[in-house]
Design a protein around this ligand. Structure first.
Ligand code: ADP
Ligand code: ADP
Ligand code: ZN
Length: 220
């Protein structure tokens, strides 16, 4: 499978499986996986200026202001490893962010393909309350899918897995609301550009991945 020159945008509510699928795609297409959530959590952990500014928003499940996120993405996309394409996960999340992204894509003659993982809210709350992740490499696990991992360590770097602070019921409810208000309208935005495709998220991880790969092949 080839994905040269394409900007893939993973869309979907929190817990839909964007990170899981983006990571698999990144391995298979050899394109960088760019997750704004991961980048922001890293700045938070290191208490950089950005991290300090983003903290209150992230902990409450609100969106970090567009200008802050736009800036880190623009800088990231400028790096050499993005020259053949990239996979965006968690960005854009607002229409304003999509508008900030567009000229960056146009400059590089990059075609965008937005892949929406569609799934009902009720499944998501379950998934997020059993999500565990590696603080070092960002790999995501699920205590229900892989019960053995619950007290375990990352397959790849042996770090102890942690639960995200914003995966509590109250914060998840807020994040879902933010998704429906701010991010869901992007579906229409990419449909208007004939650049939107969707997959059903409520199937086993490998099935979803098969569907994602088909979309990319058909998009050529
Ligand atoms: P997102 O990046 O969209 O928030 P993640 O990829 O982090 O979602 O997945 C959220 C949780 O659901 C994780 O614990 C992950 O292991 C699990 N998960 C992801 N895809 C599936 C799937 N197809 N079926 C069941 N669980 C899944
Ligand atoms: P999810 O698993 O819910 O899809 P992410 O890891 O992508 O979550 O994002 C976690 C938090 O980081 C969000 O709730 C938000 O506070 C912040 N964030 C991530 N990406 C963006 C973005 N593009 N714009 C604004 N805030 C963002
Ligand atoms: Zn790891």
């Amino acid at each position: 499978m080839k994905g040269d020159g394409v900007a893939i945008v993973m869309l979907g509510p929190p817990g839909a499986g964007k990170g899981t699928q983006a990571r698999k795609l990144s391995d298979s297409l050899k394109l960088p996986h760019i997750s704004t959530g991961d980048m922001l959590r890293e700045s938070l952990k290191n208490q950089t200026e950005l991290g300090k500014k983003a903290q209150q928003y992230m902990n409450s499940g609100a969106l970090v202001p567009d200008a802050l996120v736009d800036a880190i993405v623009a800088e990231r996309l400028d790096r050499e490893d993005c020259s053949k394409g990239f996979i965006l996960d968690g960005y854009p999340r607002t229409l304003a962010q999509a508008q900030a992204l567009q000229p960056l894509l146009d400059q590089k003659h990059r075609k965008v393909l937005a892949i929406g993982i569609e799934i009902e809210d009720s499944v998501l709350v379950q998934r997020l309350s059993s999500r565990w992740s590696c603080p070092k490499c960002g790999k995501v696990y699920n205590a229900q899918l892989e019960p053995g991992k619950r007290n375990g360590r990352c397959d790849e770097c042996f770090e102890e897995l942690v639960q995200r602070k914003d995966d509590t019921e109250a914060v998840v409810a807020k994040r879902l609301q933010v998704y429906h208000n701010n991010t869901q309208p992007l579906i229409r935005h990419y449909q208007d550009q004939r650049a939107y495709c969707n997959v059903t998220g409520d199937q086993p991880i490998d099935r979803v991945f098969e569907d994602v790969k088909k979309l990319i092949e058909n998009h050529k």
